[in-house]
Ligand binder design. Structure first.
Ligand code: SF4
Length: 341
């Protein structure tokens, strides 16, 4: 880290933009985050532009990933293709695709590859979904078995077209995976199910060990980043899951950084997550999948991610993954639930 202490009310790393408005929450001195000189004082918090004319910015060195040299990547690809499964690794153009598949892991995306929502950050296609594939839970279970996973992450597109939002399909998938892979840790990363209690119950009845729902961004930016979701609904889903799942259920959420949020806004989001009794936090850099998606406002340095990790740990998260390439499921198996939290 190169030096200066950043005023806590400045926008993370956007040249030419200064202090946020008085609506930002002042932080005690403890919350000050040192940052390198690439971070600037800014006049206003920024909002990601919605224009399609933006130009993608060059990636900083810390976001350049190495391509694999092992044949394991191909084995994973062939296995997933053989079982006709979708992954968020591919559909969301995850930058860790090469690394994770080369290590023989992947995150399954169930309920099709067409989402009923059109979030400004997400590369998954928006289209009228197809009918659910009744055999998909078994195929996910079989893939998990063949890959030898001890910790599996299962996510889904948002299925607002279905009365239960796809919750029963989640339940069947969890049950099938557990049956064919005894002792496995199952982590689900769900949509908000419109905060429908009955849908959440269906998922939690299958007793996943980890329930993840991403807050994605700070309160101010949520309407421009997740058009059909709300910040408070996501917090409600997480709080409800914890209350319903009890102390045995580990809850998890994540934020993308680099969309124009300020440090106080990030810390406020972390506090809101803790108030919803979330146990695990992931913080990663937002990357623009195509020019039609929201542009990157800032590339957040690894040093700032490290400082935010310390802040999050001080707030009481039991596990924090924070870094430019961190995604919800990146190295998910590094956390093993050890019982009631
Ligand atoms: S981080 Fe998650 S989504 Fe990305 S490649 Fe790895 S398993 Fe897939």
């Amino acid at each position: 880290m190169r030096g200066m202490m950043l005023p806590v009310n400045c926008v993370i790393s956007r040249p030419g933009i200064a202090k946020p408005s008085a609506t930002s929450h002042p932080r005690p001195a403890r919350m000050q985050i040192a940052a390198d000189t690439s971070l600037s004082s800014s006049q206003q918090p920024s909002t990601p532009a919605t224009t399609t004319l933006s130009v993608r910015r060059r990636l900083p060195e810390w976001l350049k990933v190495k391509l694999p040299t092992s044949s394991a990547f191909t084995r994973t690809r062939l296995l997933l293709s053989d079982l006709k499964l979708h992954t968020v690794c591919e559909s969301a153009q995850c930058p860790n695709h090469w690394e994770c598949w080369s290590k023989g892991t992947a995150t399954f995306m169930i309920a099709g590859d067409r989402c009923t929502r059109a979030c400004g950050f997400c590369a998954v296609s928006t289209a009228k979904p197809l009918a659910l594939d009744a055999d998909e839970p078994e195929r996910v279970a079989e893939a998990t078995r063949r890959m030898g996973l001890r910790h599996v992450v299962i996510t889904a597109v948002a299925r607002d077209d279905l009365p239960d939002g796809g919750a029963a399909h989640f339940q069947e998938t969890i049950s099938s995976v557990r049956e064919r892979n005894p002792g496995i840790i199952i982590e689900v990363l769900t949509p908000d199910f419109l905060d429908r209690e009955s849908s959440l119950d269906l998922v939690l009845d299958a007793r996943p060990e980890i329930f993840n729902h991403n807050l994605e961004t700070v309160r101010r930016l949520t309407p421009s980043v997740r058009h059909r979701a709300t910040y408070d609904r996501s917090l409600s889903v997480l709080a409800r899951a914890k209350a319903r799942g009890g102390p045995d259920l580990v809850t998890k959420s994540g934020l993308m950084l680099g969309l124009g949020e300020t440090i106080p806004e990030v810390i406020e989001a972390m506090e809101d997550l803790r108030a919803s009794r979330v146990d695990i936090l992931t913080l990663g850099q937002y990357l623009q999948p195509t020019l039609k998606h929201l542009p990157v406002v800032d590339f957040i340095s690894p040093q700032v991610f490290a400082q935010l990790k310390k802040e999050a740990e001080a707030l009481g998260f039991v596990h924090v993954a924070s870094g430019p390439l961190v995604r919800s499921s990146y190295h998910a198996d590094e956390f093993t639930p050890s019982g009631p939290t």
